[in-house]
Design a binder for this molecule. Structure first.
Ligand SMILES: *Cc1c(COP(=O)(O)O)cnc(C)c1O
Length: 416
């Protein structure tokens, strides 16, 4: 921008942790440039755009708040775009992968295998062998995985690095997605861990610690603090039975982001303060141990937008439909079909139209009523050719969507 340009205007359709701004023409500013120019430079719509500066600001915010010594990992699952993973790999302490495909992305991103860990409820023998050969930390989630790695360790003469993924006897309250507590396919039930610890000692494995993941998409600091406190207490109860000194205690993450106007961003300070206490305790309870947080959407979700273009404007029995060149096949989560109980609109905006608004639905080109990006939203009056922006789209977007469905073109992706 020119120094003589008027100051950018704030866009406020929802509770943003990092406010978005637009220029006087109402164009969203991305990397300091008007969206339409960025889209042209990337090659057109539909596209996902990820803002490096926003990811950096998020990392900086976390580093400033969290205690030194706490390791910050990125969960590749939420957005495995190689350039994005490379960007974060250079700024964080580790990467967590959930498949050997993600493992390749993590290693190609330049992350030291010493700081890559692998979790997932169904790791095939070949995948365990691959992870072992790569020298990464494997979170074992069953006795079968333990046996396979013990055999592989013996055969290679190289002890596999293992941690136990624990299914805790509690869940993360108020989570968008629960992944611990009760009966789960994830990890080993806490009740079985003591016996497993006794066994590991004799198996020629390199035991390094534990992994717990009680839930995702949480905006309540009290709930996160409670889960972290209970996780630590659970592990401390096994301190005397460990087959080797604890190196890594991964407390999971679960930090959520707001998707709707009535959701409030997570308050980081109380969580950080509690974690500082845990880091302190860990230093005396487990002198070689490190606490790890693995965050996904909290690092990338708010940095990404999905951009699609209006290809038709229809009226049907009193309702306006903006028919776009992208939809649920690229962005299943925004269509409400990725785990939501009640469908709610993501924050959506018509680019470059500061003027009057109307009630309109944003739909995609698929021949199914599920292809809905915004249901009767209050939007600026849009014309054919306008860009529609879906915010909070940097996580669980492209790779979490049924892109083959109906055979439309794939979305582009770029870092900005
Ligand atoms: C999905 C997942 C994450 C990331 O979850 P977010 O909600 O994106 O933060 C982290 N760890 C594990 C084990 C996961 O399965």
């Amino acid at each position: 921008m020119n120094p003589t340009d008027p100051p950018p205007l704030l866009l406020a359709p929802w509770n943003q942790s990092q406010p978005w701004t637009c220029d006087v023409r109402g164009e969203l500013l991305l990397g300091g440039r008007p969206l339409s120019r960025v889209v042209d430079a990337v090659g057109g719509t539909p596209c996902y755009l990820y803002d490096r500066a926003r990811m950096d600001a998020r990392v900086a915010q976390l580093r400033a708040a969290l205690p030194p010594g706490l390791r910050l990992h990125y969960a590749v699952k939420c957005n495995p775009m190689p350039a994005l993973v490379g960007h974060l790999a250079a700024r964080l302490d580790g990467l967590d992968v959930a498949s050997v495909g993600e493992l390749r992305v993590a290693l190609d991103a330049g992350m030291d295998p010493a700081h890559v860990s692998f979790a997932g409820p169904g790791k095939r023998d070949a995948e365990l062998h691959q992870a072992h050969a790569a020298g990464i930390l494997i979170n074992i989630e069953s006795r079968r995985e333990l046996r396979a790695l013990a055999e592989a360790s013996e055969a290679s003469g190289e002890p596999a690095r293992v941690a136990i993924r624990v299914n805790p006897p509690f869940e993360l309250r108020a989570s968008g997605m629960r992944m611990g507590g009760g009966a789960r396919q994830f990890g080993v039930d806490a009740e079985e861990v003591p016996a497993l610890l006794d066994e590991i000692g004799g198996l020629g494995l390199a035991f390094e610690g534990f992994h717990l993941y009680p839930g995702s998409q949480n905006l309540k600091s009290e709930a996160l603090i409670e889960a972290q406190a209970r996780s630590y207490a659970l592990i401390l109860g096994w301190a005397e039975r460990l087959p080797a000194p604890l190196h890594s205690l991964n407390l999971g993450g679960g930090f959520g982001i707001p998707y709707t106007p009535n959701e409030t961003p997570l308050a980081l300070p109380p969580v950080a303060e509690h974690l500082a206490g845990l880091v302190e305790r860990c230093r005396s309870d487990f002198p070689q141990g490190h606490l790890v947080l693995e965050l996904g959407r909290y690092l990338t979700g708010e940095a990404g937008v999905y951009v699609t273009r209006v290809i038709d404007r229809k009226h049907s029995r009193g309702q306006v439909f903006l028919v776009c060149d992208g939809g649920m096949h690229h962005h299943l989560a925004a269509s409400g079909n990725f785990g939501q109980v009640l469908r709610k609109n993501y924050p959506v905006l018509v680019n470059g139209r500061p003027g009057p608004t109307e009630t309109a639905s944003v739909v995609g080109p698929l021949c199914t009523p599920l292809d809905l990006l915004a249901d009767r939203a209050e939007l600026a009056v849009a014309e054919i050719g306008d860009l529609v922006v879906v915010f909070q789209s940097g996580a669980y977007g492209k790779t979490a969507s049924p892109r083959e469905f109906l055979g439309h073109p794939q979305p582009l992706e770029a870092l900005v």
